[in-house]
Design a protein around this ligand. Structure first.
Ligand code: FDA
Length: 451
């Protein structure tokens, strides 16, 4: 057992924890980072699967993500554009496959008018929100006690408009069905990305990727942390009091002035706190839960869809794979599609055998791209729901009523215990950008306290 003393101990070597650690070190404070896994990066993970380099977790960068963009510059990491030349595809409720360009799906004119009206309305409502203080929205309580599904149903009778608006925030972002989260929570998702329009615009929200993969951000930060990073050290117990903390991992105990929990909130209760956390935290942590999505990679000997003038971008609220994109690697001759199977659909296909599930998912890709989609040379499903140190994807959100009731305390420190992760960010919420912004903010607070 190693016993060490530091100014700050950080639990979790994802982008948030490592950003905090490097900032604290740069300010002259001593740190230790304890990571449960045998790798850094958390929900970002670039791996070689049967000879194909795949982004198993977070990967895309959008122009509003200033925290991430500044860090990429600092770390000398380059980006490249997501492939988007050509037509996108949409499958309607009746199963019609249509090519289109732009953001609005090719639906009947009256449905399109409803979509435009609702997007404008949601933009206006999101503009009234400070993503760092969603509970201060003028209608916070009213909007937090109505599910997004019920709110949409009040707004329009057009079923296809309802299904598509629900898709943008439900399966595609919070990765929960739209009956499971509030309208206030939906607005937070939109306002944290600048607007609802930005979320709907895949050219904006899925603009760029990082050469070498998103995990490279954490790997480069970890190089600066050096020997102060301890891998394969799940933290099990934290003693805390006015004097500071003692943080117990399996092979190392760290005595420190402060601890930062830099991981998804659903994992706080994996740690025994002595004394227990206050009532407020016990309660609020139970109202946050992870969404659930399967990220599927299918690698082909060539990007065959490009030959047909297709961008690889597809959407349908009525398909098992509700969205897919060209995810071909930087300078790779092969072609890669990435598709997503979200929440209730993911539950459904996990009831099947591996072969049946793969068959159903490839059938869905073939509904968009034709029979060639059924024969990838590499096929991989990211299953973050089975990962002990994550338990879902992409991130956590509040249940109905939770955000206006508890939101103001998600970041409130408990004595020497601080909280930092993408799931409690304002701008960049649920994204690597939010994780980095929270890491910087937490480090600033600690530097002000301790130096
Ligand atoms: P993160 O979860 O990354 O890191 C926390 C770390 O803490 C983990 O390494 C974990 O092992 C560790 N840990 C937990 N409990 C511990 C304990 N008790 N002791 C020690 N260590 C412990 N974002 C984006 O910007 N663009 C995108 O395209 C996507 N897409 C996407 C796809 C998929 C499939 C996923 C799962 C996620 C995304 N995201 C994303 C989200 C993004 O990956 C996520 O927001 C950030 O990785 C969160 O970073 P954090 O550092 O906050 O937590």
């Amino acid at each position: 057992m190693t016993e060490i003393t530091r100014d700050v101990v950080i639990v979790g070597a994802g982008p948030s924890g490592l950003t905090a650690a490097t900032r604290l070190k740069a300010a002259g404070l001593t740190v230790a980072v304890l990571e449960a896994r045998d790798r850094v990066g958390g929900r970002t993970w670039t791996d070689d699967i049967e000879g194909a380099t795949l982004e198993i977790g977070g990967q895309w960068v959008s122009p509003d993500q200033e925290g991430l963009l500044e860090l990429l510059e600092e770390l000398g990491l380059e980006t490249f554009d997501r492939y988007r030349e050509g037509d996108s595809l949409y499958i309607s409720k009746s199963g019609d496959l249509t090519r289109f360009t732009g953001d609005i799906f090719p639906v009947a004119p009256e449905t399109e008018a409803e979509l435009v009206r609702l997007i404008d309305k949601l933009d206006a409502m999101a503009a009234e929100m400070d993503p760092d203080r969603p509970w201060e929205h003028p209608q916070a309580e009213e909007l937090d006690t109505i599910s997004f599904e019920a709110w949409i149903a009040q707004e329009t009778q057009d079923q296809e408009a309802r299904d598509n608006i629900a898709l943008f925030i439900g399966p595609a972002m919070l990765t929960k069905p739209a009956h499971a989260f509030s309208t206030l929570q939906a607005l937070l998702m939109a306002s944290s990305a600048g607007s609802f329009t930005n979320l709907v615009d895949s050219d904006f929200i899925l603009d760029k990727r990082i050469v070498g993969g998103m995990q490279e951000v954490s790997k480069r930060l970890a190089a600066t942390v050096g020997d102060d990073l301890f891998l394969a050290q799940p933290v099990r117990r934290i003693e805390h009091g006015p004097e500071g903390v003692v943080v117990h991992a399996e092979g190392v105990h760290v005595r420190a002035k402060r601890v930062v929990l830099a991981h998804a909130p659903v994992l706080y209760n994996r740690i025994s706190f002595e004394p227990p956390l206050p009532r407020r935290q016990h309660q609020l942590h139970q109202h946050l839960s992870m969404g659930f999505v399967i990220k599927v990679h299918a690698v082909y000997d060539r990007p065959f869809w490009r030959e047909q003038g297709l961008s690889g971008t597809v959407f349908s609220p009525y398909q098992l794979c509700h969205e897919a994109y060209d995810n071909t690697n930087y300078q790779d001759e092969r072609g890669t599609l990435v598709a997503f199977v979200s929440d209730l659909n993911a539950d459904g296909v996990f009831e099947l055998s591996d072969e049946e599930r793969k068959g159903r998912i490839l059938d869905s890709l073939a509904a968009y791209f034709g029979p060639e989609a059924k024969n990838p040379v590499v096929y991989y499903e990211s299953d973050w729901g089975s990962e002990e140190w994550t338990r879902g994807a992409y991130a956590a959100s509040f249940d109905l009523g939770g955000l206006h009731r508890y939101g103001s305390d998600v970041r409130t420190p408990v004595g020497p215990i601080h909280f930092s992760c993408s799931d409690i960010a304002g701008a960049g919420y649920q994204h690597v950008d939010g994780a980095i912004r929270m890491g910087k903010l937490t480090a600033e607070q600690l530097i002000a306290d301790l130096t």
